[in-house]
Design a protein around this ligand. Structure first.
Ligand code: GRF
Length: 208
């Protein structure tokens, strides 16, 4: 099995990006991050990438000179990276159709709720919605990216209890810990060629 080549797209703090880096560093994950794409100059994810000597493509709306150009820059960088898998790790931009089509079944996203509940919105909106909904269990989902927001086939989920005394922050932090486990795990399944997609459903093939 060869090393899986990744492009990570992130806009925020980058704790999920770091979790992937850590999994690679500790040899839990046979992967290489070829590129970090961000639409937020100097965000935590970009800083972590620079520290780890990973190339960063920054294409903010402003620096790119508009949405069309932003998508062009992003598409070019992603295509040229020749990645096997695109990982959306807190990326707050909806990908253009062209990229979603080009990388069909090769783009994954992590969302801080148990989809299909509380889809849409960026952290902390889904966690806030879960609290307001009074649910007793929440969690995170890794899914394939399709044209429909947060609606692609689910690959894996991890649940957490929601406590009576939870704040949005305390719940978000509890979910984030699970995100840092499940995202590298799913990438590992891809690297091992174990992710099977059939009739819009994902199953994970057992190892021999
Ligand atoms: C995570 O909660 C992720 O599920 C959501 O955005 C947040 C990103 O956090 N899509 P971080 O930047 O990885 O720390």
């Amino acid at each position: 099995m060869s090393t899986i080549r990744l492009t990570v797209l992130a806009s925020g703090n980058g704790s999920n990006f770091k979790a992937i880096l850590d999994a690679i560093e500790s040899d839990e994950l046979d992967a290489e991050i070829l590129l970090l794409v961000t639409n937020t100059a100097n965000c935590g994810a970009a800083q972590k990438a620079i520290k780890a000597h990973i190339p960063v493509c920054t294409c903010s709306l402003k620096s790119s000179g508009g949405r069309t150009r932003q998508f062009e820059i992003m598409s070019k960088a992603i295509t040229e990276s020749k990645s096997d898998l695109l990982v959306l790790a807190g990326f707050n931009l909806i990908l253009p159709t062209q990229i979603v089509t080009q990388f069909e079944n090769k783009i994954i996203n992590i969302h801080p709720s148990l989809l299909p509940s509380f889809s849409g919105g960026m952290s902390p909106q889904p966690q806030k919605a879960a609290l307001e909904g009074g649910v007793k269990v929440s969690g995170c989902t890794v899914h394939l990216v399709t044209e429909e927001l947060d609606a692609g086939p689910i690959i894996a989920q991890r649940a957490v209890a929601v406590h009576h005394c939870d704040t949005v922050d305390s719940l978000a932090n509890r979910i984030l810990k699970e995100e840092h486990i499940v995202l590298p795990q799913v990438i590992k399944w891809f690297s091992e060629g174990r992710v099977c997609i059939s009739d819009g459903r994902v199953s994970i093939r057992n190892t021999e």
